[in-house]
Design a binder for this molecule. Sequence first.
Ligand code: SAH
Ligand code: AVI
Length: 316
Amino acid sequence: MADTLSPAAAVMLAEIREGLGRAQKELPPKYFYDERGSELFEEITRLPEYYLTRTERALLAERIPDWIWEMCPKSVVELGAGSAEKTRIVLDAVRDAVGFAAYVPVDVSADFLEASALKLSGEYPTLDIVPVVADMTADFALPPDLPHPVLHAFLGSTIGNFAPDEAVSLLRRVRRRMHGGDALLLGVDLRKDPAVIEAAYNDAAGVTAEFNRNMLRVVNALAGADFDVDAYEHRAFYEPELHRIEMHLVPATPQTVTIPGVGEIHVAAGESIRTEISCKHSRESVDAMLAAAGMTVMRWETDADGLYAILTAAPD
Ligand code: SAH
Ligand code: AVI
């Protein structure tokens, strides 16, 4: 079977094998995002408990027009763009300040990305929109000759879904693409009362639970696995020492899963598969992460309740 696998399928099976082989079983969060997962995420962003999206949107609406006038980017590259709903605030400001510009949304969710790029092309005739389907944790090519200055946008606090060392590697990769005058626009969720964070990842309507379980459907579809999706319960809890919330899937009864190319995986009753970490930051942790990647904060803005921050950073 291994001989007939595409390189992408081989990487996926290796990731799944490695993740499910650990003492704490794990699956990478990028597998949340098939079309259904992307739609469920959009639903999460509208939940009353999920303060992140609306807080970031309000901050962007307040600060972005001025920040974009200062930077005048001729290209915007956005990592994990998704629906790019909040990015419209950035794109409106770029259109008003610069006129013609390139917009490169990068995302692993191919169908969802194509659909949002098509919608945006109709709305922004002066933008050259070039979607790139890629895994941002690996090296990938951007369109050649993007006009500078380039604004690298990474919104939604998606940086928090990477452990500190992975986040630094990712930001270093961004830094390597930067010329003088380029900038990073980052959204980060801040540390706060754990009860507020736990509520955001355990919504009353159960959308986050469905989003979490959807990962097993994605792995079934992509890898031909036979996870009994309904056997798993959603669990999300804050780890104060690590400043992060974790999402897990936990079966009430023992499970045996067969994954072609990986083999049989046993999940004991009450044992968990970790599907996501979402790290929460402080000004100090952001400064340290950016310093390790070779960047310095230029602008920093938080909401009145200190829930969330947006910032720009420049290469050192
Ligand atoms: N930026 C949007 C969406 C955030 S959801 C917002 O702020 O609302 C996270 C997005 O990152 C999803 O669209 C998901 O498909 C994408 N994503 C997750 N892991 C990824 C990876 N490894 N490579 C590329 N995109 C990824
Ligand atoms: C995309 N990412 C920043 C979200 C988060 O909050 O960590 C994904 C998510 N997980 C559960 N709800 C939303």
